[in-house]
Structures are given as C-alpha cells and as structure tokens.
Design a binder for this molecule. Sequence first.
Ligand code: SF4
Length: 242
Amino acid sequence: MHLIEIYKSLQGESSFAGLPCVFVRLAGCNLRCAWCDSEYTFKGGYRMSEDEVVAEVERLSPLPHPADGAPDVGHRSSLQPLVEITGGEPMLQERELISLMRRLLTLGYRLLLETSGERPLEFVPAEVHKIVDVKCPGSGEHLRFRSENLATLTARDELKFVLAGRDDYDYAREFIRSRLSGSPVQIILSPAFRKDAVGIRSAENCLLDPRLLAEWMLADNLPARLGLQIHKFIWEPQLKGV
Ligand code: SF4
C-alpha cells in the first residue's frame, strides 16, 4: 500500500467527531478540488505492507482487553477503537484496501472510510461507515460524483457536502430534496476551509460563514447536520498529523 501517514488524533468530522481515532492516510488522488486541504497527499509517501499497517494501528490504538467489554458493532460503543481510512482518495488502492479493512474489522476496530464518491463503493464491507463526499460546483469537481454509489448507502453511512458559498448550498439543497428523499443516509453540510489558512483558529478561516449556513439550514428546514472540522479549531489550521 502507498501511504502518506498514520497517526492518532481526535476525529474532526462526521457524526463521530470528537472521538479518539487512528487515521490511515493513503497517497494519491484523481480529483483536484479547488479548496483541497490535502494536496500533500498527491505526491510522495511510502510503501507499507498490510501487516505493517495493522501493527501500527494496534500500537497506536490497542484493542480493549476482553474483560473491558467485547466490541459491539451494532452500536457506537466508545470501547470500540475507531480507525479512519482517508486520503487522498483511498479507493484508488481498492484491492489492498478492502483486504486491510476486512482484517481490521475482524480484529474489532470500528472503521470509517472517507471517500470522494467518484470510485465504485459496492465492494466496501457492509460494516464500514462510509463518509462519501458529494462535490459541489465550488470544488470544480461536481460532475465526478458516481450516482450508482447512492444505492450502496445505508443508515450507517454519511453523505457530506463541503460548501464554499451560496451556490454550493443551493446545489446541495436541490440534491437532498430531489435525490435523497427517503434515503436512510445521514447528511452533513460543512463549510469549506481556506486552504491557505495559517495561525489563528477562527471561523473566519471558513470560505462560508458557519452562522450563515446554520441560518439557511434552519430557514429551509433541511434534514441535515451542520459539520465543522473541529480539529481546525482545536489546533492551528495549517498543522498536519492532527
Ligand atoms: S477528493 Fe479530497 S484529497 Fe482529492 S482533491 Fe478533493 S479534497 Fe483533495
């Protein structure tokens, strides 16, 4: 596998935000979103075998002793250590990744997969919580969404719209109303962060004011969650590995 980094931090996004999590960040991406904060994944990195990745995950986040309570994949037990597979676009390494995911699930980890939604997702194990982007026009990549992926989503999964302004919000609202009616998937709207943000930890680093987004969502009664990248408010926004 071709990786950029493995590290432990707090989960910054999704409905798992705030929980300790090991991040396995894979190298490479086939998209070029205008506000991408992970451009350092496009080149470089290093190779690791599946055994080496599993060993590093176990070192950073040992599984609880059976006496502490067996992991239960049916609910969000905080005893079940969290691992997020991210990138770049991790599904570009699908064959190796699916084998790794199966192994981590068997060991007892709860798995999140963060993906752009451009690659096919039908072979991702059902126990994995998929967090799938729907790219909006402000990203420049909104035509790349793979519609067939909608059929793979369950109540375990999340669809995330990253918004850079009102046009993106209108796009997301139309998508939700016309294509997600009756879908069990959880929906997240998240303001895009300035990729050149440095120093201060502030909502002013968002391309779209979170308060404005909250007001639009409330006015439209959208069945969605407002998501902030909380790691960029806890640590300085330019920091990597947090
Ligand atoms: S899909 Fe993700 S990693 Fe790839 S360009 Fe877009 S934001 Fe960056």
